[in-house]
Design a protein around this ligand. Structure first.
Ligand SMILES: Cc1ncc(COP(=O)(O)O)c(C=O)c1O
Length: 455
């Protein structure tokens, strides 16, 4: 039976990744053999490069922006250490994340605490270490202030506000509650140092983020009029986009995308994809800050005029190209004659490579590493995990591999450091969680150095 022709969705590659895949296959094979499949390779040098690039992009706009790395996007310790070394803060959303940030060398005053209705133990740790706490409600503000009073300390606070574009969000305060919270901050000033506003915005639109940031500037100005003279900070949250594939290819993919491109019936119910062909992160940062908000005045110019500074909490986008995931092929069931495509089963499961939401597929093509020469015809295949779950598909989409896939081959999924590696990883079937090998490329062609993360 003839199948559909798989669409090539080639993943973009950092030069360091290209070097590793072209020149250091032996090392990657040894690591996979020694540490097990799948193996996550993490590249702190690329993460550090992304920090420098983002800082530069914001600096070019004249905006005063501090970066907090949203730790939830990857659990590897090496990224926190890199952040600490470069003087970048961390956004932590649990006590465990806060402890890891401190343990990695990030000082408490550079740590932001986010997440809805945080518990008292997280509050207490945050107070003790002078972290900035994004408060979600009046009741949370009262609990936090009580914790600070008990500790004889003052806690630094931003109030999370709902935005006009997403008023139905479950996060943050609508106008009446926000106004009351500002009043309460003024009343509780012995224990609460109120600095400004944060917001949660679903999606990756730079324009929408700029408009929301402008609303927060207005809230700061309003709070100042009401006596909260220290209101000077707008926390932009995360959600900076990043680019996994060429945008023209992405548009083409979206136009021709159809259920027949996928294994099984799941796709027929409709996927919800990350926008893989989105703006590069630095460009998005410039778009946010240059967005006109008052007539012709840009967001950054308006902020400067009013003495407002910004925080931004990127997770995924700071990890752009800072890691990849390698699976060993365990078995291949060739159904090309009956179904038009093969089913590749890899050692490991799909929870080690996922988007941070459900009903979706990680779309960039995996790279096949095998000893065989390229064939004349594509080898169409989807990729399943080695579990007893029908829906454990690492790639639902049929991939057009350039040569037949064989047991023992390696599949490399590129650009997986931002959420894909470990957001929902699982020890299902009593298997170990995948290892993370931290790789640093040597200078001038020296061999790359590796170590296990956390050691
Ligand atoms: C409060 C907060 N900050 C930062 C982030 C990180 O977002 P991203 O990884 O899209 O940059 C999130 C994402 O959930 C968030 O909720």
């Amino acid at each position: 039976m003839a199948g559909v022709r798989p669409f090539p969705l080639t993943a973009l590659r950092h030069p360091a990744v290209t070097t590793l895949l072209n020149e250091h296959r032996g090392l990657l094979a040894d690591l996979l053999n020694g540490l097990g499949s799948p193996l996550h390779v993490v590249l702190p040098e690329v993460f550090e490069e992304n920090i420098t690039g983002l800082r530069q992009a914001f600096a070019e706009t004249g905006a005063d922006v501090d970066i907090l790395f949203a730790k939830k996007a990857n659990k590897a310790d090496c990224f926190v250490r890199s952040a600490a070394a470069l003087g970048v803060g961390v956004d932590a959303a649990s006590s465990a994340e806060l402890v890891k940030a401190l343990g990695g060398g990030v000082p408490g005053h550079r740590i932001g605490i986010s997440g809805p209705e945080k518990d008292d133990s997280l509050h207490a740790l945050a107070v003790q270490h002078d972290c900035l706490v994004a408060v979600d409600s009046i009741s949370e503000l009262r609990r936090l202030a009580a914790t600070a009073r008990l500790a004889h300390r003052q806690v630094r606070v931003v109030l999370r506000s709902r935005t006009n574009s997403q008023p139905g969000s479950r996060f943050g305060m609508a106008k009446a509650e926000r106004d009351a919270a500002v009043g309460l901050c003024v009343e509780l000033e012995d224990h609460v140092s109120f600095l400004g506003f944060s917001f949660h915005l679903g999606g990756y639109s730079p324009e929408e983020r700029a408009i929301a940031a402008n609303e927060m500037i207005e809230h700061c100005l309003d709070a100042r009029r009401r006596g909260a003279v220290s209101a000077e900070l707008v926390d932009l949250g995360g959600g900076l986009p990043m680019r996994y594939v060429d945008p023209r290819l992405w548009d083409e993919f979206l136009q021709q995308n159809e259920p027949a491109q996928y294994h099984g019936t799941k796709a027929a119910k409709g996927f919800s994809f990350y926008p893989y062909g989105g703006h590069p992160t630095a460009q998005a940062a410039r778009m946010i800050m240059s967005h006109p908000v008052d007539g012709d005045e840009s967001l950054s110019a308006k902020a400067a005029r009013h003495g407002i500074r910004f925080l931004v909490e990127p997770g995924r986008s700071l990890l752009d190209q800072a890691g990849f995931t390698v699976y060993r092929v365990q078995q291949v069931e060739d159904r090309r004659d009956t179904d038009g495509y093969a089913i590749v089963t890899v050692a490991g499961n799909s929870l080690s490579l996922s988007e941070p939401w459900f009903n979706t597929d990680y779309l960039p093509d995996p790279v096949l590493i095998s000893g065989e020469p390229a064939a004349d015809e594509l080898f169409p295949a989807c990729v399943g995990g080695a579990t007893c779950l029908e829906n454990d598909m690492v790639t639902w989409r049929k991939i057009g591999f350039p040569r037949p896939v064989r047991p023992g081959d390696h599949l490399v999924y590129l650009n997986t450091a931002g959420y894909h590696m470990d957001f929902i990883e699982s020890r299902f079937h009593d298997t170990a969680l995948p290892s993370k090998a931290v790789l640093r490329l040597g200078d001038d062609g020296a061999a790359p150095q590796w170590r296990l993360d956390g050691i």
